[in-house]
Design a protein around this ligand. Structure first.
Ligand SMILES: [Cu+2]
Length: 135
């Protein structure tokens, strides 16, 4: 005779470790809120700044570049915040200044050709007021 034996197996789930990875959900880093500081070039061509009026944001840099053979120029702020002096001693010479002001307009000129050639310009930082008339 046959005895049907039912073997009950107790399945022992041993050693199964479910490793739940903690994702956190913060994968993507936000971009810089104000954007990266940039450098704007102003060429000194003959007896003029080009462009003569520049719009930048706080933290940006303006780099003046001598692009002609005349050497006796300066880039001088009327409020004294920067002054290149006679650094434009050869074509390609540069003078850079970083503007950390908020909402300001800085009028500047060339000391040598300001009155004779109207060699002047303005740098508006953020929402600065309009440049002085003629700048
Ligand atoms: Cu000049």
């Amino acid at each position: 005779m046959f005895q049907a034996r039912q073997w009950s197996y107790t399945a022992m789930a041993a050693g199964l470790l479910l490793l739940a990875s903690c994702g956190g959900g913060g994968g993507s880093s936000p971009t810089a809120p104000m954007g990266s500081p940039k450098t704007v070039q102003v060429q000194i061509v003959d007896f003029a700044f080009s462009p003569k009026d520049v719009q930048i944001n706080t933290g940006d840099t303006v780099m003046f570049v001598l692009s002609s053979a005349t050497l006796t120029h300066t880039a001088t702020a009327e409020d004294g915040s920067f002054d290149s002096g006679m650094t434009f001693n050869k074509p390609g010479a540069t003078f850079s200044h970083t503007f950390n002001q908020l909402n300001t307009t800085i009028n500047f000129h060339c000391n040598t050709h300001w009155h004779t050639n109207g060699m002047q310009g303005s740098i508006t930082v953020g929402n600065g007021p309009p440049a002085k008339p003629g700048y």
